[in-house]
Design a protein. Structure first.
Length: 325
Protein backbone atom coordinates (compact mmCIF):
# COMPACT_ATOMS: atom_id res chain seq x y z
CA UNK A 1 0.00 0.00 0.00
CA UNK A 2 1.25 3.54 -0.68
CA UNK A 3 2.61 5.48 2.23
CA UNK A 4 1.06 8.86 3.04
CA UNK A 5 2.90 11.82 4.46
CA UNK A 6 2.58 12.89 8.08
CA UNK A 7 -1.15 12.57 8.96
CA UNK A 8 -3.10 15.80 9.10
CA UNK A 9 -5.17 14.48 12.00
CA UNK A 10 -4.94 11.49 14.36
CA UNK A 11 -7.50 9.47 16.29
CA UNK A 12 -7.96 10.02 20.04
CA UNK A 13 -7.76 6.51 21.45
CA UNK A 14 -10.49 3.91 21.77
CA UNK A 15 -14.15 4.74 21.24
CA UNK A 16 -15.59 1.23 21.71
CA UNK A 17 -14.87 -2.43 21.08
CA UNK A 18 -17.53 -4.77 19.69
CA UNK A 19 -17.45 -8.54 20.17
CA UNK A 20 -19.63 -11.56 19.39
CA UNK A 21 -21.46 -13.31 22.24
CA UNK A 22 -23.73 -16.27 22.82
CA UNK A 23 -27.14 -16.02 24.55
CA UNK A 24 -27.97 -12.40 25.38
CA UNK A 25 -29.11 -12.99 28.98
CA UNK A 26 -25.87 -14.82 29.83
CA UNK A 27 -23.91 -11.93 28.33
CA UNK A 28 -25.92 -9.42 30.37
CA UNK A 29 -25.53 -11.44 33.56
CA UNK A 30 -21.74 -11.41 33.21
CA UNK A 31 -21.02 -7.87 32.07
CA UNK A 32 -23.67 -6.05 34.10
CA UNK A 33 -24.05 -8.56 36.93
CA UNK A 34 -20.53 -9.85 37.56
CA UNK A 35 -18.36 -7.06 36.10
CA UNK A 36 -20.83 -4.38 37.16
CA UNK A 37 -20.77 -2.37 33.93
CA UNK A 38 -23.89 -0.40 33.09
CA UNK A 39 -26.06 -1.47 30.17
CA UNK A 40 -26.27 1.97 28.55
CA UNK A 41 -28.04 0.96 25.36
CA UNK A 42 -30.31 -1.96 24.50
CA UNK A 43 -30.72 -1.93 20.76
CA UNK A 44 -30.33 -4.20 17.74
CA UNK A 45 -27.66 -4.91 15.17
CA UNK A 46 -28.68 -2.42 12.50
CA UNK A 47 -27.61 -4.83 9.75
CA UNK A 48 -29.27 -7.84 11.42
CA UNK A 49 -32.20 -6.42 13.44
CA UNK A 50 -33.29 -9.82 14.74
CA UNK A 51 -30.20 -9.72 16.97
CA UNK A 52 -29.56 -7.49 19.99
CA UNK A 53 -26.75 -4.98 20.14
CA UNK A 54 -25.89 -4.50 23.83
CA UNK A 55 -23.65 -1.66 25.03
CA UNK A 56 -21.87 -1.73 28.42
CA UNK A 57 -19.98 1.28 29.76
CA UNK A 58 -19.66 3.67 32.69
CA UNK A 59 -22.74 5.47 34.04
CA UNK A 60 -23.14 7.78 31.03
CA UNK A 61 -21.41 5.83 28.28
CA UNK A 62 -18.34 8.01 27.83
CA UNK A 63 -16.47 7.26 24.59
CA UNK A 64 -13.68 4.88 25.52
CA UNK A 65 -15.68 3.06 28.20
CA UNK A 66 -17.95 1.12 25.89
CA UNK A 67 -17.75 -2.65 25.28
CA UNK A 68 -20.55 -3.84 22.99
CA UNK A 69 -21.85 -7.23 21.84
CA UNK A 70 -23.77 -8.92 19.08
CA UNK A 71 -25.34 -11.97 20.79
CA UNK A 72 -25.37 -14.46 17.91
CA UNK A 73 -26.13 -17.44 20.11
CA UNK A 74 -26.07 -20.02 17.30
CA UNK A 75 -22.63 -18.99 16.02
CA UNK A 76 -19.73 -21.44 16.26
CA UNK A 77 -16.85 -20.61 18.60
CA UNK A 78 -14.17 -18.27 17.28
CA UNK A 79 -10.86 -19.55 15.95
CA UNK A 80 -7.94 -17.63 17.42
CA UNK A 81 -5.36 -16.55 14.89
CA UNK A 82 -3.76 -13.68 13.03
CA UNK A 83 -5.88 -10.88 11.57
CA UNK A 84 -8.05 -10.64 14.68
CA UNK A 85 -7.97 -8.95 18.05
CA UNK A 86 -7.59 -11.88 20.44
CA UNK A 87 -7.91 -10.17 23.84
CA UNK A 88 -9.73 -7.14 25.25
CA UNK A 89 -8.32 -5.35 28.29
CA UNK A 90 -10.40 -3.35 30.76
CA UNK A 91 -8.95 -0.76 33.14
CA UNK A 92 -9.59 -1.24 36.86
CA UNK A 93 -8.60 1.22 39.62
CA UNK A 94 -5.23 0.97 41.34
CA UNK A 95 -5.30 -1.42 44.29
CA UNK A 96 -8.42 -3.35 43.20
CA UNK A 97 -6.90 -6.42 41.55
CA UNK A 98 -7.43 -8.57 44.65
CA UNK A 99 -11.08 -7.46 44.79
CA UNK A 100 -11.60 -8.54 41.19
CA UNK A 101 -9.80 -11.84 41.62
CA UNK A 102 -12.00 -12.66 44.62
CA UNK A 103 -15.18 -11.55 42.85
CA UNK A 104 -14.53 -13.58 39.72
CA UNK A 105 -13.55 -16.66 41.70
CA UNK A 106 -16.72 -16.26 43.78
CA UNK A 107 -18.73 -16.59 40.55
CA UNK A 108 -16.80 -19.70 39.51
CA UNK A 109 -14.34 -18.30 36.98
CA UNK A 110 -10.90 -19.81 36.62
CA UNK A 111 -8.21 -17.15 36.48
CA UNK A 112 -4.64 -17.13 35.30
CA UNK A 113 -2.15 -15.94 37.92
CA UNK A 114 -1.67 -12.14 38.01
CA UNK A 115 1.14 -11.00 35.74
CA UNK A 116 3.10 -7.95 34.66
CA UNK A 117 2.84 -6.53 31.15
CA UNK A 118 4.57 -3.31 30.07
CA UNK A 119 4.61 -2.10 33.67
CA UNK A 120 0.93 -2.91 34.23
CA UNK A 121 -0.48 -5.55 36.60
CA UNK A 122 -3.29 -7.68 35.24
CA UNK A 123 -5.30 -10.84 35.58
CA UNK A 124 -6.74 -12.76 32.64
CA UNK A 125 -10.13 -14.44 32.44
CA UNK A 126 -12.32 -15.89 29.70
CA UNK A 127 -15.93 -14.71 29.66
CA UNK A 128 -18.86 -17.21 29.47
CA UNK A 129 -18.78 -17.24 25.68
CA UNK A 130 -15.04 -17.44 25.07
CA UNK A 131 -13.92 -13.80 24.87
CA UNK A 132 -10.43 -13.40 26.35
CA UNK A 133 -10.31 -10.52 28.83
CA UNK A 134 -7.61 -8.88 30.91
CA UNK A 135 -8.43 -6.69 33.92
CA UNK A 136 -5.57 -4.19 34.10
CA UNK A 137 -4.21 -1.99 36.87
CA UNK A 138 -2.18 0.46 34.76
CA UNK A 139 1.30 1.41 35.89
CA UNK A 140 0.39 4.90 34.69
CA UNK A 141 -3.37 5.39 34.28
CA UNK A 142 -4.31 6.93 30.92
CA UNK A 143 -6.38 10.11 30.89
CA UNK A 144 -10.07 9.32 30.58
CA UNK A 145 -13.52 10.58 31.53
CA UNK A 146 -15.35 8.31 33.96
CA UNK A 147 -18.59 8.50 35.91
CA UNK A 148 -19.44 5.72 38.41
CA UNK A 149 -22.77 3.96 38.21
CA UNK A 150 -24.67 4.12 41.50
CA UNK A 151 -27.27 1.55 40.44
CA UNK A 152 -24.99 -1.41 39.89
CA UNK A 153 -23.71 -4.36 41.92
CA UNK A 154 -20.11 -3.06 42.22
CA UNK A 155 -19.19 -0.05 44.37
CA UNK A 156 -17.86 2.99 42.52
CA UNK A 157 -14.34 2.72 43.93
CA UNK A 158 -13.98 -0.75 42.36
CA UNK A 159 -15.77 -0.20 39.07
CA UNK A 160 -14.19 -0.80 35.68
CA UNK A 161 -13.02 2.55 34.34
CA UNK A 162 -13.27 1.70 30.66
CA UNK A 163 -11.45 0.07 27.79
CA UNK A 164 -7.69 -0.20 28.19
CA UNK A 165 -6.78 -1.83 24.88
CA UNK A 166 -6.55 -5.00 22.84
CA UNK A 167 -4.03 -7.59 21.68
CA UNK A 168 -3.79 -8.40 17.99
CA UNK A 169 -1.83 -11.03 16.11
CA UNK A 170 -0.54 -10.27 12.62
CA UNK A 171 1.04 -12.58 10.08
CA UNK A 172 3.26 -9.65 9.08
CA UNK A 173 3.58 -6.79 11.52
CA UNK A 174 5.25 -4.16 9.33
CA UNK A 175 2.28 -3.24 7.06
CA UNK A 176 -0.03 -2.91 10.08
CA UNK A 177 2.50 -0.82 12.01
CA UNK A 178 2.97 1.44 8.98
CA UNK A 179 -0.78 1.93 8.72
CA UNK A 180 -1.34 2.53 12.43
CA UNK A 181 1.45 5.08 12.74
CA UNK A 182 1.17 6.97 9.44
CA UNK A 183 -2.63 6.96 9.06
CA UNK A 184 -4.12 6.78 12.56
CA UNK A 185 -1.29 8.41 14.50
CA UNK A 186 -0.28 5.64 16.91
CA UNK A 187 3.09 5.91 18.62
CA UNK A 188 5.36 3.08 19.72
CA UNK A 189 5.31 2.96 23.53
CA UNK A 190 7.45 -0.09 24.34
CA UNK A 191 8.59 -3.52 23.13
CA UNK A 192 8.92 -6.66 25.23
CA UNK A 193 9.21 -10.38 24.51
CA UNK A 194 8.01 -10.28 20.92
CA UNK A 195 5.18 -7.85 21.68
CA UNK A 196 5.11 -4.17 20.73
CA UNK A 197 2.72 -1.68 22.37
CA UNK A 198 1.29 1.23 20.41
CA UNK A 199 -0.92 4.00 21.75
CA UNK A 200 -1.30 7.69 22.41
CA UNK A 201 0.27 9.99 25.01
CA UNK A 202 -3.01 11.72 25.83
CA UNK A 203 -5.74 9.12 25.31
CA UNK A 204 -6.77 5.67 26.57
CA UNK A 205 -6.44 2.79 24.14
CA UNK A 206 -3.37 0.66 23.47
CA UNK A 207 -2.72 -2.02 20.88
CA UNK A 208 -0.33 -4.80 21.85
CA UNK A 209 0.85 -6.34 18.60
CA UNK A 210 2.72 -9.57 17.93
CA UNK A 211 3.85 -11.03 14.64
CA UNK A 212 2.62 -14.63 14.33
CA UNK A 213 3.67 -15.98 10.90
CA UNK A 214 3.13 -19.61 11.92
CA UNK A 215 -0.40 -19.15 13.26
CA UNK A 216 -3.44 -19.85 11.11
CA UNK A 217 -5.81 -17.05 10.23
CA UNK A 218 -8.38 -16.22 12.88
CA UNK A 219 -12.09 -16.64 12.20
CA UNK A 220 -14.99 -14.70 13.70
CA UNK A 221 -17.35 -16.64 15.94
CA UNK A 222 -18.74 -16.69 19.46
CA UNK A 223 -16.16 -15.08 21.75
CA UNK A 224 -14.39 -13.13 18.98
CA UNK A 225 -13.73 -9.42 18.76
CA UNK A 226 -15.71 -8.11 15.80
CA UNK A 227 -14.06 -4.69 15.49
CA UNK A 228 -12.10 -1.97 17.27
CA UNK A 229 -13.44 1.59 17.05
CA UNK A 230 -11.31 4.72 17.42
CA UNK A 231 -12.43 8.18 18.51
CA UNK A 232 -12.71 11.33 16.42
CA UNK A 233 -14.07 14.67 17.58
CA UNK A 234 -16.79 15.24 15.00
CA UNK A 235 -17.83 14.70 11.41
CA UNK A 236 -15.16 17.02 9.99
CA UNK A 237 -12.42 15.13 11.84
CA UNK A 238 -13.94 11.84 10.68
CA UNK A 239 -13.85 12.86 7.02
CA UNK A 240 -10.19 13.87 7.29
CA UNK A 241 -9.37 10.46 8.79
CA UNK A 242 -11.41 8.70 6.11
CA UNK A 243 -9.44 10.50 3.42
CA UNK A 244 -6.17 9.45 5.05
CA UNK A 245 -7.31 5.81 5.00
CA UNK A 246 -8.10 6.15 1.29
CA UNK A 247 -4.77 7.82 0.55
CA UNK A 248 -3.00 4.86 2.15
CA UNK A 249 -4.88 2.52 -0.17
CA UNK A 250 -7.59 1.42 2.24
CA UNK A 251 -11.24 0.97 1.32
CA UNK A 252 -13.35 2.78 3.91
CA UNK A 253 -17.13 2.65 3.87
CA UNK A 254 -19.19 5.79 3.46
CA UNK A 255 -20.14 7.53 6.71
CA UNK A 256 -22.92 5.53 8.40
CA UNK A 257 -25.21 7.26 10.89
CA UNK A 258 -25.54 5.04 13.96
CA UNK A 259 -27.59 7.77 15.72
CA UNK A 260 -25.45 7.80 18.88
CA UNK A 261 -22.34 8.36 16.77
CA UNK A 262 -21.34 8.27 13.11
CA UNK A 263 -19.13 5.48 11.81
CA UNK A 264 -16.68 4.62 9.04
CA UNK A 265 -15.38 1.04 8.74
CA UNK A 266 -12.30 -0.41 7.04
CA UNK A 267 -9.76 -3.18 7.44
CA UNK A 268 -6.14 -2.54 8.27
CA UNK A 269 -3.56 -4.37 6.11
CA UNK A 270 -3.54 -7.49 8.30
CA UNK A 271 -7.32 -7.88 8.19
CA UNK A 272 -8.50 -6.53 11.56
CA UNK A 273 -11.78 -4.63 11.12
CA UNK A 274 -11.52 -1.07 12.43
CA UNK A 275 -13.98 1.79 12.81
CA UNK A 276 -13.68 5.55 13.19
CA UNK A 277 -16.52 6.82 15.38
CA UNK A 278 -17.50 10.34 16.41
CA UNK A 279 -17.69 11.22 20.09
CA UNK A 280 -21.26 12.48 19.80
CA UNK A 281 -24.11 12.91 20.02
CA UNK A 282 -23.97 10.14 22.67
CA UNK A 283 -26.34 7.70 24.32
CA UNK A 284 -28.53 10.35 25.94
CA UNK A 285 -29.76 11.66 22.61
CA UNK A 286 -32.77 9.31 22.54
CA UNK A 287 -33.15 8.22 26.21
CA UNK A 288 -33.33 9.78 29.64
CA UNK A 289 -29.78 9.38 31.00
CA UNK A 290 -31.25 8.13 34.28
CA UNK A 291 -32.85 5.17 32.48
CA UNK A 292 -30.30 4.15 29.88
CA UNK A 293 -30.56 0.55 28.74
CA UNK A 294 -33.87 -0.22 30.41
CA UNK A 295 -35.92 -0.37 27.21
CA UNK A 296 -35.35 -1.47 23.63
CA UNK A 297 -34.26 1.54 21.57
CA UNK A 298 -34.39 1.40 17.78
CA UNK A 299 -32.97 3.78 15.20
CA UNK A 300 -35.72 5.71 13.36
CA UNK A 301 -35.50 3.64 10.18
CA UNK A 302 -36.22 0.43 12.14
CA UNK A 303 -38.94 1.77 14.43
CA UNK A 304 -41.78 0.88 12.00
CA UNK A 305 -40.63 -2.76 12.37
CA UNK A 306 -40.72 -2.68 16.19
CA UNK A 307 -43.53 -5.28 16.62
CA UNK A 308 -41.74 -7.83 14.41
CA UNK A 309 -38.36 -7.13 16.04
CA UNK A 310 -39.70 -7.41 19.60
CA UNK A 311 -41.39 -10.68 18.70
CA UNK A 312 -38.09 -12.41 17.83
CA UNK A 313 -35.83 -10.92 20.52
CA UNK A 314 -35.57 -12.86 23.79
CA UNK A 315 -36.63 -11.03 26.97
CA UNK A 316 -33.84 -9.61 29.14
CA UNK A 317 -33.77 -9.17 32.91
CA UNK A 318 -31.37 -6.59 34.34
CA UNK A 319 -29.31 -7.74 37.34
CA UNK A 320 -30.30 -6.31 40.69
CA UNK A 321 -28.11 -3.65 42.30
CA UNK A 322 -26.23 -4.71 45.40
CA UNK A 323 -28.48 -2.61 47.63
CA UNK A 324 -31.53 -4.72 46.74
CA UNK A 325 -29.93 -8.16 47.10
Amino acid sequence: MPRISQPARVVHGLHHITAIAGPAQENLDFYAGVLGMRLVKRSVNQDDPGTYHLFYADAVGHPGSDLTFFPWETSAPQRLGHGLANEVSLEIPAGTLSFWVARLEKYGFTLHAPQQRFGDTLVQVVDPHGLHLALVEPGIAPPRAFEPWDGGPVAGEHQIRGLYGAQIWEREAAPTVDFMTTVLGFQLIASDGGWARYGFPDAAGVIDLRETPKERRGVWGRGAVHHLAWRVDDEEHQLVMRTQVEQFGGRPTPVIDRFWFKSVYFKEPGGVLLEIATDGPGFGVDEDPAHLGEQLVLPPFLDPMRPQIEEVLPPLTLPLPASTR
